[in-house]
Structures are given as C-alpha cells and as structure tokens.
Design a protein around this ligand. Structure first.
Ligand SMILES: [Zn+2]
Length: 501
C-alpha cells in the first residue's frame, strides 16, 4: 500500500514537503508528490525528520547502567541509603551496583563512606558510582574483593581516601575507582543481550534509528558482538555499528582483522543491522581530569604554548603505527582526541595513511584557526557531543579558565570551513536525547561563545545526514532520499525555531 504524507515541514530546512512511501521505502519526497492510488495522511504542519543517528555513544554500557540502581533522584544521604537498602532487599544476589551518586547536591557535599554502606551489608559488595564517573564509594566487602587494605598503595592517577588510621574509608578517586570496578564480575551473554535491548528501547524512544557503540570490547569482544547480533534477532529497535577497541583486534591477544570480519555476519531474520563501523583508539584523556593533551598549561592562564600539558596515551610514533595498521586492514579509524596537541598528532597519523578523509576525530574540543584549516584540507570527519557544554561546563572553566572554555567545540567555525561535522551524545555520561544536543549546539549555554552557535537546522543535519555519513550508513539513514528506508519520526511541535542564520 502506497502512502502519501502531506502538510509537513522538512526537518532539515523547514520547507513544506510531501513524501510518498511504500513497503518501508521512500518513493519520492519534495514540495509535492503525486500518486493516484496512494492513501493520504496529513501531518498538520508538524516537522518530519529522518531518524537520528548517534555517531558516538556506548550502547551496552547504557543498558548495563539502566539495570543498576539509579540514585539520580536522591536529595540526601538518607535517601541514598534508603534506596540502597531497598535494592539490597529486592535484588539480594551478586554485587549491588548503583549509578548517579552525587554528593555535591546534598549534605554539604560530604561523601558517604564505607561505614555507611557496611551498615546495610558488610558481606555483600556494594559500589556506588559518582555521576561524573570519576569517583565512587565502596563498602568493606567490595574493597576486600579488590584486595584493597590499609597497606595498599594508591594507584597511578588515583587514590583511596583514608581515615586517620590510614585505612581506606571507601571513597575512591579516579583510578582507584577503576581498580575496584575491575573486579566486578563481567555481565553474562544473557545480561548483555538484555542490556542492549533496554538501551535500544530508550534510544528509539527519543527518535534514534542507528547508533555507534564507540568502544566495543571492554569485556569480551566475541561475546559482545554475539550479544549485539542476538539482540537484533530478538527485536532490537535500532541499527547498531560497532567501533572496536584497537587492542582487541590488533593487540598481542587481539583476534585479528579477518576474524573480526567473520564475526560481523548479519543477524538472521532481523530488520535491524549490526555492522563493524571501524576501530576506536584513544589518544589523550579528558579536560575535567586535566589529562587532555593541550598546548600550554591548565589553569586560568594558557601560558607557554610551546610546551604541552596533559597526557598522551601513546607516543606520536606508536599512534601513527596503530592508525596505519587499522587503515591498511581497511577499517575506518575513530580516534578520541580532546586537546589541541592530541588533535595535531591524530591529524599527523591520518595524513600518513594517505586517506585522511576516511577517518574520524572524536571530540576535538580545542582547535585553533590553523588547525581548523588543516582539518578542512585533510577533509577528516569530526564528531562533537554538544550536551557536554551543559553537563561539564563548570569543570571546563575550572581547568581552562573562562576564556579558553568559552571557545570549546567550535561548531560554527568548523561548518564555515566546510568540515563534515557529526553530532552525537556519548551516552551514558549524558542523558543522550538528540534534541538536547540540538539545543546546546544552536543556543550554547552561558559562558560559551555564542558566535560558535549553529542554526537548529544545521544541528539537526549534524545529528542525521552528517552523522549517517560519519557512521558509514549514509546509503540507508539520515536523509530520506528516494529508495532509502522510510526511517522517519515526527516532532510534536510545528517547526524547530531557528536561533541564528
Ligand atoms: Zn565515548
């Protein structure tokens, strides 16, 4: 049955359009489409958009977090402890894991300690993760499983907060949280499938039709790929593209590129695809923890730009070698580079491949005019996460000072330079509703230079057509051209407001 949708505004430019669809495909779209035998449905002036593509997020971790106790609505220590006590009663097995703990919002910013959690259970491991992901609270059982005691030294890049006797009091900072998290048992295949389906449902609810998992392989690569395929076979509502950690493919115990291709067979009997998007590499850290590799110094003054600060994960030579290995094996590379120093090294590595336009830079939060020009010349793809400005603005200002922070994520400059810019969420560290990202990019929060705003339509394009291009799905997603699947959604309001341009 042919269907003709009329009286809608095209979400990528606001023009009045019509669309003809049949059997899940677009036959035609334009100012007016005609088909004598089609059933007509008016959308009453509302906005019709291609389904969003989230070019950079973490699908399995989103779902696993949904299965944990969420402390986001707690406003006091008592409320946190009540929620943990309830959870202990209703889910008595295994580790008790909670997310979205945030002591900065209550009780004078004072942390809970292991003694508070031991009062609920000293035998069962309990671990609360801070909403920032940079700290946590463990009870005595969790510390014991991790082998952490009074004589345990702090790990590099982290610390166990201690009581006057020197014993860890349960507050875990940075890599100390990683140490304890590392002993939490991995999810089983069934738990992974459930988590992926839950994440898919939540993403589909906000209009996402395809998402890239940007670090597949954190537990067990083969099991994770199997879980994504099983989820698709059991009704996953969105397409998924997996960007696999470099070491899991090319490292000493990696499965190798041939095996990766073998594992990526399409799921059977599913309308949603699971594909290998490419290879993920980290080149530096984050601004909030002072580990993004930047020119100059952290703090209110940038200082001497001839020196660099922060942390490179690999030497420039090693990074280039890694990128070349993945490129030679035929994969798109997506490299996390937050600082401007890291961005230059990633551009060097991409340039060395001879095909820099194939590859992506993730985040690219700090860029000079000269770097934007270089990016445009290399024609690299860039992905931004506009929600970060709202979510982490205070820590950016603390680390970089107001002036440098205000120029983070230079959306307008990148678009004006003709760079292919895709938007994404990086959920679960943010809520992940694409419309929140669209708002943040087109109307930057206070403290961020409004000259870097894009228009609403440009933001919607970056979250659909450009994100599909970045994710290798432009033939099927993001633009609703004739012949493509009719993966669209309709916004409740008539038309998104244009903030600028
Ligand atoms: Zn990420």
């Amino acid at each position: 049955m042919r269907k003709r949708l009329t009286d809608f505004r095209w979400g990528l430019d606001g023009s009045p359009q019509e669309m003809l669809i049949e059997d899940g495909r677009v036959l035609a779209r334009g100012p007016s489409v005609s088909a004598a035998d089609a059933q007509t449905e008016s959308l009453h002036g509302r906005t019709l958009l291609p389904k969003f593509v989230d070019a950079h997020c973490h699908i399995l971790p989103t779902g696993l977090d949904l299965q944990k106790l969420n402390l986001g609505s707690c406003g006091t220590h008592e409320a946190v402890l009540d929620a943990v006590r309830d959870r202990h009663a209703t889910h008595p097995d295994g580790w008790l894991l909670a997310v979205h703990y945030d002591q900065t919002r209550y009780d004078g910013g004072r942390h809970l300690t292991r003694a508070d959690l031991d009062a609920i259970s000293a035998e069962r491991p309990i671990l609360l993760r801070h909403v920032s992901g940079h700290s946590g609270i463990a009870n005595s059982a969790a510390l014991a499983v991790a082998g952490v005691g009074a004589e345990t030294l702090d790990p590099a890049g982290g610390s166990y907060r201690r009581d006057p006797s020197g014993a860890p009091d349960g507050v875990l900072l940075e890599n100390a949280l990683e140490r304890v998290s590392a002993v939490v048992p991995n999810p089983s295949l069934e738990e992974m499938v459930e988590a992926i389906l839950e994440a898919g449902a939540e993403m589909s609810d906000v209009g996402i039709g395809c998402a890239c998992d940007m670090m597949t392989g954190r537990y067990d690569l083969e099991l994770e790929i199997a879980a994504y395929r099983l989820a698709a076979e059991r009704g996953m509502p969105i397409h998924t593209r997996l960007y696999v950690q470099w070491s899991r493919v090319f490292g000493p115990r990696g499965i190798g590129p041939e095996k990766l291709r073998e594992l990526a067979v399409p799921p059977s009997g599913s309308s949603k695809s699971v594909g290998i998007g490419g290879i993920k590499i980290f080149s530096d850290g984050a601004i909030g923890s002072g580990t993004a590799a930047i020119y100059g110094s952290y703090g209110p003054e940038a200082g001497d730009r001839l020196r660099s600060s922060g942390q490179l994960i690999y030497s420039p030579e090693k990074l280039t070698e890694m990128v070349l290995r993945a490129d030679e094996a035929g994969f798109q590379v997506a490299t996390h580079a937050i600082g401007d120093y890291a961005a230059d090294l990633v551009m060097d590595a991409y340039e060395a491949t001879g095909s820099p336009s194939m590859h992506r830079i993730e985040h690219a939060m700090i860029l000079s005019d000269a770097q934007i020009e270089r990016l445009a010349n290399l024609d690299c793809i860039v992905t931004f996460q506009p929600e970060f400005l709202m979510r982490f603005g205070h820590s950016y200002r603390r680390q970089l000072g107001d002036e440098r922070a205000s120029r983070l994520k230079r959306t307008r400059s990148l678009l004006d330079a003709g760079i292919r810019l895709a938007f994404s969420s990086d959920r679960p560290i943010v809520s992940g509703d694409p419309m929140d990202g669209v708002r943040m990019a087109s109307d930057r929060p206070d403290g961020f230079d409004p000259a870097e705003n894009c228009t609403r339509f440009e933001a919607l394009l970056a979250y659909t057509k450009s994100a599909a291009l970045a994710s290798g799905v432009r033939e099927t997603m993001g633009s609703l051209e004739p012949g493509m699947p009719s993966d669209f959604h309709v916004l409740g309001s008539p038309i998104p407001e244009v903030i600028r341009g």
